[in-house]
Write a protein that binds this ligand. Structure first.
Ligand SMILES: Nc1nc2c(c(=O)[nH]1)N[C@H]1C(S)=C(S)[C@@H](COP(=O)(O)O)O[C@H]1N2
Ligand SMILES: [Mo]
Length: 435
């Protein structure tokens, strides 16, 4: 196998499109890396691969999975250089190595829009109005100022994670933004509890679901950009907030100012930005982004790549366990002779917590436990740290894998494939090169 750029790319493409054939070509039938393929890969990576004998068959080395040509970076006032995944609507991911702060600064919060970005509210933010309608005794219309005056104002560190986080791990590729693991933040949100507001409106017995509305319209200008809803139990969770400040400051416009819902641990799409109204419903909400295959996952697995109308799917609720490495970027080059490497990252698990994180430098043949911190409060992520010792210079992959409080572990590959790509929480692999 020659090592022209063209051939490196085709190995990359082959792994993506036909991993079995790529495997046969690169590794041979017994799973031993063929000499020529190893040489090709070594050249492509520019280094020896000390643990090559432990590389599982069928696995594209993480370094080759890096996107060609480098990402396009966001240039927006008040925002860090996030990775642009889409321009219309604007979608931008936070690289894992920008998520090293324990509390995510507002400029590093990812951006996910489904429609047009509304104009910034010109009035006093305290005069922004939110209404409560539907299955209530007294429909309410309250300003942000009223909310803050009438109800207890609380501050919590809360996860915000897109339902599609991790989507790029699915094979075959699904529709939707190809997120890595950076559609996550854990900022300090200030607001009132949604449940206090719903109770003040006099919820009826028949109120079993919510429907959320915001001020942004669809790209076509027809209807709302997105309008999702959830079971009433989540609306009554003490951590579900109507937030009007983040990290002690006004919310950035792009993240939903003057007020937004924060529904931590569940798909971010429930956390309505530019929030204007919540309705209480006897039946599941039917807004844009509900039903079919939207934010829904198979109850029984379907054939990857197959068509399905989602009729037997279930709404995605608590997000699955995940971990990120935040102090070393994918593709980092370290000086020759580096042996001890300190690792630091985050882990979270929707409504649950993580009970363990393990790390491996030999493609998962052996694992060692990381030290795991406690969450600052429920629905906040946890910090993990570990130290690994490398045997030599060369190409390594750092794998990290979290286990949730109910014993579920991140799988080796994304599971429960679904057409719109939700719930991919495969083990992450970060490539480093020493020397
Ligand atoms: N009004 C409105 N709210 C919205 C969206 C939107 O497009 N419009 N996107 C949702 C989705 S899919 C996600 S993941 C989160 C992202 O919030 P962020 O852009 O502040 O990170 O907002 C949610 N709330
Ligand atoms: Mo999302």
């Amino acid at each position: 196998m020659a090592t022209t750029p063209r051939q490196e790319r085709s190995l990359h493409e082959l792994y993506r499109d036909d991993p079995e054939r790529a495997d046969a070509l690169a590794w041979g039938r017994r799973g031993a890396l063929k000499g020529a393929a190893l040489a090709a890969m070594g050249t492509a990576l520019g280094a020896a691969i000390p643990f090559a004998s432990r590389m599982p068959a069928g696995l594209l080395p993480a370094a080759l999975a890096q996107s060609q040509g480098g990402p396009q970076l966001l240039q927006m006032e008040g925002k860090a250089p996030l990775i642009i995944l889409g321009e219309r609507p604007l979608v931008a991911e936070t690289p894992e190595n920008l998520l090293d702060d324990e509390v995510t600064p507002s400029d590093k919060m990812f951006i996910r829009n489904n429609g047009q970005i509304p104009d910034a509210f010109a009035g006093d933010p305290r005069s922004w109005k939110i209404s409560v309608t539907g299955e209530v005794a007294t429909p309410l219309e309250l300003s942000v100022g009223d909310l803050a005056a009438r109800f207890e104002v609380v501050t919590r560190r809360l996860q915000m994670e897109c339902g599609g986080n991790g989507r790029s791990a699915f094979a075959p590729q699904t529709s939707g933004n190809q997120w890595g693991n950076g559609a996550i933040s854990c900022a300090e949100w200030t607001g009132v509890r949604l449940r206090d507001v719903l109770r003040a409106a006099g919820m009826k017995e028949t109120a079993r679901f919510t429907g959320h509305h915001g001020a942004d319209s669809h790209l076509s200008a027809q209807g709302e950009a997105i309008s999702r809803g959830m079971r009433i139990a989540k609306a009554m969770d003490e951590d579900t907030l109507i937030a009007f400040r983040v990290n002690g400051q006004p919310i950035p416009h792009i993240n939903g100012a003057p007020a937004r819902l924060v529904v931590p641990g569940w798909p971010g799409s429930l956390s309505q930005k530019w929030f204007t109204r919540i309705e209480l419903l006897a039946e599941p909400h039917r807004g844009r982004g509900m039903g079919g295959t939207s934010y829904r996952v198979p109850v029984r697995p379907i054939v990857p790549g197959s068509r399905n109308n989602g009729a037997d799917f279930t709404d995605m609720e608590s997000m699955p366990v995940r971990s990120i490495l935040t102090n070393i970027a994918h593709g980092t080059r370290m000086p020759a002779g580096t042996r001890d490497v300190a690792l630091r990252g985050k882990t979270w698990a929707g409504d649950l917590t993580a009970r363990a994180v393990d790390v491996s430098i030999d493609y998962g043949a052996t694992w060692q436990p990381a030290q795991l911190g406690a969450p600052a409060n429920r629905h906040a992520w946890q910090v993990w740290t570990a130290g690994v010792r490398l045997p030599s210079d060369g190409y390594f992959e750092i794998w990290h894998r979290a286990t949730d409080s109910e014993g579920r572990m991140q799988p080796h590959a994304a599971t429960n494939w679904n057409p719109q790509g939700y719930g991919a929480n495969a083990i992450s692999r970060v490539a480093i090169l020493v020397g």
